[in-house]
Design a protein around this ligand. Structure first.
Ligand SMILES: [Fe+2]
Ligand SMILES: [Fe+2]
Length: 310
């Protein structure tokens, strides 16, 4: 890294701390505020749930689908934030006896991610109180974190930037005018994004910093590992789409035949791939940062892998 870009990134770490202090929120006092979920509402906006693609479902049933996906949203973030936080703590090592501003920015990042996990545990439990019994999310965040952290830091930071950029896309979709959308869930999107936007900047800074120390061979291997991580996320999404579509069929109060069940599962999977992979991978900032680190052929390898997940 040259002297000018070092100063520029030093300034960005400092600005992240400043914004982090200004936007900081509390789970109860700011987000939940004594409210409860109401089953008259949607939890995820249509642009994320893709509920309109479920052409055989009534309007009521589509709202139910958005509530199931809302619960999975809470569980998915609880899952990914476990490995993100562990990686951030690991990266903070590099700054222990160096840049104390960068260290503070990462410590705040970690503290916020612990709070977000606590928020999403609360949201999961609160949704559990208003949805029928039988919902399952069987993926253990610690098992996934161990598997993810077995890959190179470059690959983990790539996946992390994808995730932290898509919280911005999700927030934007949640503010589309829709009176059926839960005000409480809208606040979850809003408050989460307010802290995530600093995380996305720090991911980029750490990714570029880490990348500068890699050999071409190591980076090329890391591109493959990034593709493997995305495929592993997709494996989780496939299992959860099946579980959630099955839960819908079992609790929607009417008979769902085999063909309809398969069609519903396909929409759940498409929605989850959009929510947890493509909405971040297609974010212009993701493309910009990634293309600054890799060759055109490596970019094509990633694009080809993403294209198989449609
Ligand atoms: Fe978060
Ligand atoms: Fe984050």
């Amino acid at each position: 890294m040259n002297a000018i870009s070092k100063i520029a990134s030093g300034d960005r770490y400092a600005r992240c701390i400043e914004t982090s202090k200004r936007v900081r929120w509390d789970i109860d006092a700011d987000v939940i505020r004594g409210r409860h979920f109401d089953t008259a509402h949607k939890f995820l906006p249509d642009g994320l749930s893709l509920a309109d693609a479920l052409t055989t479902l009534s309007a009521d049933e589509k709202r139910f689908v958005s509530r199931i996906q809302g619960r999975t949203y809470a569980n998915m973030f609880g899952l990914v934030e476990r490995f993100i936080n562990a990686k951030v703590l690991e990266l903070s090592h590099d700054h222990w006896f160096g840049d104390q501003v960068a260290l503070e920015a990462l410590v705040r990042f970690s503290d916020e991610e612990l709070k977000h996990q606590a928020l999403f545990r609360r949201i999961d439990a609160m949704i559990g109180e208003v949805l029928p019994d039988g919902y399952r999310f069987d993926v253990d965040p610690n098992v996934v974190a161990h598997a993810v952290l077995g890959k190179s830091t470059w690959a983990v930071l790539g996946l992390t930037l994808d995730i932290e950029l898509f919280t911005q896309v999700h927030y934007r979709q949640s503010i589309d005018p829709d009176t059926e959308l839960s005000e409480l869930f809208k606040d979850v999107f809003l408050y989460h994004w307010r802290e995530e936007s600093q995380h996305a900047i720090l991911d980029e800074l750490e990714w570029v910093r880490h990348d500068a120390g890699l050999t071409a061979e190591k980076r090329d291997r890391a591109v493959d590992e990034f593709i493997e991580l995305v495929a592993a996320v997709d494996g989780i999404l496939q299992v959860q789409a099946r579980a959630d579509a099955g839960y819908f069929a079992a609790t929607c109060g009417r008979e769902v035949d085999g063909a309809e069940a398969r069609a519903i599962e396909a929409v759940f999977l498409k929605a989850y791939r959009w929510q947890y992979i493509h909405s971040g991978a297609q974010h212009p900032q993701f493309g910009k940062v990634l293309s600054g680190l890799i060759s055109q052929t490596q970019g094509q390898r990633i694009q080809a892998a993403l294209a198989t997940l449609q």
